[in-house]
Structure formats: C-alpha cells, structure tokens
Design a protein around this ligand. Structure first.
Ligand code: PMP
Length: 330
C-alpha cells in the first residue's frame, strides 16, 4: 500500500516550474518554486513543522498545550494543520487587512481567530503583537512560536528549501528571489545557497514600497504577508545582496497575469516577487538561472486581487481594463 502516515510528511519538496509568457524577451531561465503544493497551501508549513517539533523537544510546548501566534494567515494554517495531528489547540491574532477568506480557513481548521486594527503602532496595546502577548500570559499552557524571532523559522529553510533548490537546479541556480516578511525564507534559503555555491548565488529580496527592508518607514501597503514596520531577528541582514521595492499596483497586475498567462493562481506577494525577479533577469544572459519563490495560492484573494471591482476601487486597473472584459462577455 502507498500512503502517508499524516499530512505532515507531505510538507516540502515542492516543484519548480518554468515561466514562459511573463518572461518574454528575457534570456535567463526563470523558474518558480510553487509553494502552494505544500499540504496547508503555503511555504509556511515548513516553518510550522520545524518550530513545533523543536518546541516539543525543548519542552516549551507541552502535551495538550495552546499555540498562540500573531499571523497573517499562512503561518496559522501551517501551525493549525500540524497542531491538529498532534493534539494542540490554536489561537491566532490577525491584522484587519487580512482577507475574510483567510480567516475562515483558520477557523475551519478548528483554530480561534482574534482580529486587530492594522493602523496602530506596534507598541499600541491593540496592535496584533501586543494582543498576542497578552493572550500568551492569560492562557494556561500557552506557547508562542514567534515566527519573527524563532531561529527555527530561517533554519527550516536552511534545511529544506535551500537544499531542495540546489538539488533541483543541479547546482546551476545563479539568483534566488523571494519576498521578505519575517525574513525567514530569504535568510535561511539564501544562506544555504550562498554556502553551497561558495558565495556565487545572488540573493534578492522583494519588498512592498513603504516597508523598512527597502528603506521605507512602514507606510501601509496592501500586499499581504510581506514587508514590515520593524526589523525582525529572523531576518539576517547579511544575506540579501539587493532589495527591490515593488508597488501594490505592479504586484497585483503581475499576480493576475500569472493566473491568465502561466496557469499559476497565486497570491499577491508572488506577483510582487515575480516583478522583482524579472527586473533582475532582464540584465542577465542565457546561462543564468533565476529562481523565484511563490509563497501561496490565489484562492485566498479571490475577492481582492482577482475582483475587478476591488482592483478598480484602489486604482490598480489600467484605463478600460475591467470594462473591456465586461464587453467581451456581452
Ligand atoms: N508571502 C506570504 C503570502 C506570506 O504569508 C509570507 C510570510 N509572512 C511571506 C510572503 C514572506 O515570507 P517570510 O516570512 O519567510 O519572509
């Protein structure tokens, strides 16, 4: 019989897929690491598994305990999925810009979700960081993984994403591009690839305009899961060779093109990372291999990025773009 003992053993080993249409005119090979093939639907399954198993070993997470974490959704799904199989309860704290679709997914996995305002300082008592700290203090047997400072976040990528990419490209990868949120993906994967290649692989971070990584002050932007208004310790400042800032509009327009032209229904931070990857790839030659990591699926953003009404209400559709499609249907 061929079966997996649980969903946990399906985490990682995601495929690399070549981009064709959006790379027109580019000589380098551009490959996407499609993380929605993880069982919880995002790259965050990797960190959830490693953080939980490390906390079990250290005794921080006790049998029947409660996992409390501020998360924009994907880390929550990963934690909830692993927690289900191991008998833990979950409470997640989300900022209010996170789509209702994502919050409902967390609740479907049996987690409790507390929603907090986005437009307050991290120091404010209602900020999602502070609310989660309060819940940890007040909940018996609680453990906060804290993906922003947990070394097992970047380590999960050092031990899985990095080696997978090195093997999948037969050591031919020349550039790695990823969006930066907690910084775990770029720091862990980037460090592994730098070591494996003797420093040859160039590591490029993609960041929403306004976020601290690309020199901003934390000004609000709409791409979910990336950018910060503070510097998390999960982010290793020595790894990225370059940070490319991308606007919300460019991120979302590319996200829609990936679905229509490449058959890749992915999230907004994926469009953002691809815009950055293409900017890098434009200046490269035919021997270069650029890998861009796509963190999650587009299913969680149908009422936002993939809605013409939502896109045009934010000024993200170019003149006549939405109308042309209505005319096509008529
Ligand atoms: N995209 C999405 C949709 C995410 O949820 C995250 C995680 N916050 C990222 C990108 C960034 O990954 P990391 O936290 O590893 O920097």
């Amino acid at each position: 019989m061929q079966f997996h003992d649980s969903m946990i053993s399906l985490v990682g080993n995601t495929p690399l897929v070549r981009l064709h249409s959006v790379t027109e005119g580019i000589q380098a090979t551009v490959l996407a690491k499609v993380e929605y093939f993880n069982p919880g639907g995002s790259v965050k399954d990797r960190i959830a598994l490693r953080m939980i198993e490390a906390a079990e070993r250290s005794g921080e997470l006790k049998p029947g305990g409660t996992i409390v974490e501020p998360t924009s959704g994907n880390t929550g799904v990963g934690l909830a999925m692993v927690a289900q199989t191991k008998g833990y309860h979950c409470i997640f704290v989300c900022p209010d810009k996170v789509s209702m679709d994502k919050i409902n997914v967390l609740r479907a996995y049996g987690a409790e979700v507390v929603v907090c305002p986005t437009a307050v300082d991290p120091e404010h008592p209602d900020s999602y960081y502070n609310v989660s700290d309060r819940l940890v203090r007040e909940t018996p047997n609680a453990w906060k993984p804290d993906q922003y400072s947990n070394p097992n976040n970047p380590l999960s990528h050092y031990h899985s994403t990095g080696p997978e990419l090195w093997e999948q490209t037969d050591g031919r990868i020349t550039h790695f591009v990823a969006g930066v949120g907690t910084g775990g993906t770029i720091s862990g994967t980037g460090r592994y690839l730098k070591e494996a290649s003797g420093g040859r692989v160039q590591v490029v971070g993609a960041d929403p305009e306004g976020s601290v990584y690309s020199g901003g002050s934390g000004r609000p932007y709409l791409v979910e899961g990336v950018g910060e208004d503070f510097w998390p310790t999960a982010y290793d400042r020595d790894v990225a060779d370059e940070i490319v800032a991308v606007s919300d509009k460019d991120s979302f327009q590319m996200t829609r093109r990936l679905a229509r032209e490449e058959g890749l229904l992915v999230g907004g931070s994926c469009g953002m990372a691809v815009v950055a990857a293409l900017k890098v790839a434009e200046r490269l030659g035919p021997d270069d291999v650029v890998v861009v990591l796509l963190p999650d699926s587009g299913r969680g953003y149908l009422s936002k990025i993939f809605s013409d009404e939502w896109m045009s209400s934010h000024g993200f559709l170019d003149e006549g773009e939405g109308e042309a499609r209505v005319a096509d249907v008529l």
